[in-house]
Write a protein that binds this ligand. Structure first.
Ligand SMILES: Cc1cc2nc3c(=O)[nH]c(=O)nc-3n(C[C@H](O)[C@H](O)[C@H](O)COP(=O)(O)OP(=O)(O)OC[C@H]3O[C@@H](n4cnc5c(N)ncnc54)[C@H](O)[C@@H]3O)c2cc1C
Length: 379
């Protein structure tokens, strides 16, 4: 059986980002790395958007940048100045290509296209079984999400960020190129938390995404009707659909890290790297992958990797509320966005705020649902 120091189960965002950081650090050039994915990662299976304060290490592949963004509720509309942050988008395929180009220059990193069927721990590492044979790794990074972990328990509810997006081209100019729409809650809520997310790329082109934060998925036609209604409300009569995308991102505080062992670290959505209250994963993954490199310099037992903090608790409360009382989501987000500066909200969502700054954000939210959620968790 061929032996490696590090095996990566899955070669999506979190694995490629971790390998990228390993290569950049120059600390792992003597070790053998194996990336295994069922997919060759050559198509644009998703576009990642995220905010960043300064110029970022992936700026060369950023396709769109926004300096401002709309937030809309049924009661008000606000244009947020994002400075000192910029909201950026990266196409998945560009990210995969840039990391695979870097990997192709390394003699110690191998990519294997194969299906992983299972892995098991042995006394000196981990054995990974795949459709192309078995491999031994001293350590395994697993990014293959196992939905059963969350589904088979009730302590940590699962809210899903589910969406269908159409990338459209209109005949007449209609979009404001430099302004994204983070959340447009002016659409009919139907007792659930739903909004439109709009990313214009020119005056005539934009991604329109009908998005829900809710426990249950909808039928495909319901998302598409939502997009069609929105197109009509914008006054667009002539347009063509250039591309479609859909997604379902887990929003949960399930403690995935409990499954980390001495030699197996769960990463990406499978490791709880998705911010539970927003579904954003890209930014957190850039941070976590750097943390992995720092960790490996001093430790070898992955059970010590995870640290719980106050932000986990905040997310836990919001997810509890969205799960048990989904219809009040728009009220919560509308109160958060009503007065706060975008910079403070981004800092809070990046989990970089002080307690005083946390209170400034939390104080804007309706108090009763949060008090009830705290009491329910405590007792
Ligand atoms: C359409 C879409 C849009 C998104 N947009 C954003 C966004 O704008 N901003 C943001 O921050 N986050 C976004 N996300 C959420 C998150 O960033 C992504 O899901 C991200 O790709 C998660 O990274 P990951 O490494 O956990 O999983 P993935 O990138 O999905 O990687 C897992 C890999 O495992 C492979 N795999 C699965 N099963 C097997 C198997 N049995 N054998 C071998 N390989 C296997 C898959 O092919 C995949 O390549 C989006 C998600 C989706 C789906």
């Amino acid at each position: 059986m061929k032996k490696y120091t590090f095996i990566f189960a899955g070669a999506g965002l979190s694995s490629l980002m971790t390998v990228y950081e390993m290569i950049q650090s120059g600390l792992f050039s003597e070790q053998q790395l194996l990336l295994i994915d069922i997919d060759p990662k050559k198509t644009n299976d998703r576009t990642w958007s995220f905010w960043e304060k300064v110029s970022g290490e992936f700026d060369a592949i950023v396709t769109q940048k926004y300096e401002s963004a709309f937030f809309k509720s049924q009661k008000y509309s606000r244009k947020l100045a994002l400075q000192p942050y910029t909201y950026k988008s990266i196409r998945g395929v560009d990210f995969y290509k840039s990391v695979f180009d870097l990997i192709s220059q390394q003699s110690n990193v191998t990519f294997l296209q194969a299906k992983i069927t299972t892995f098991s721990e042995s006394k000196d590492g981990v054995e990974v079984q795949t459709s192309a044979g078995n491999f031994h790794g001293e350590k395994l990074f697993n990014s293959i999400y196992n939905p059963n972990l969350v589904a088979l328990q009730t302590k940590y509810p699962l809210v899903q960020q589910h969406f269908v997006g159409w990338f459209i081209k209109t005949k007449e100019p209609i979009f404001t190129t430099e302004t994204a729409t983070f959340m447009d809650f002016s659409i009919s809520q139907q007792e659930t938390t739903r909004f439109m997310y709009v990313l214009p790329t020119s005056k005539t082109e934009a991604l329109l995404e009908y998005t829900l934060f809710s426990p249950d998925l909808l039928k495909k036609e319901a998302y598409e009707k939502g997009i069609l209604d929105y197109i009509k409300a914008l006054g667009i009569t002539e347009y063509e659909i250039l591309e479609k995308e859909h997604g379902n991102i887990p929003m949960t505080c399930y403690p995935f890290w409990k499954h980390n062992t001495q030699n197996v670290l769960h990463i990406g959505s499978a490791g709880g790297w998705t911010k539970a209250s927003t579904g954003y994963t890209f930014k957190n993954t850039t941070k976590k992958s750097k943390e992995v490199i720092r960790f490996l310099q001093n430790h070898s037992d992955f059970r010590k990797f995870h640290k719980k903090d106050k932000f986990y608790f905040y997310d836990l409360l919001l997810i509890d509320i969205l799960y048990h009382n989904n219809k009040i989501g728009s009220t919560i987000f509308a109160s958060m966005f009503r007065k706060s500066k975008a910079a403070l909200l981004f800092k809070f969502l990046d989990e970089e705020t002080s307690l005083w700054e946390d209170l400034k954000v939390i104080w804007q939210c309706p108090k009763m649902p949060f008090i009830k959620a705290v009491l329910k968790r405590l007792f």
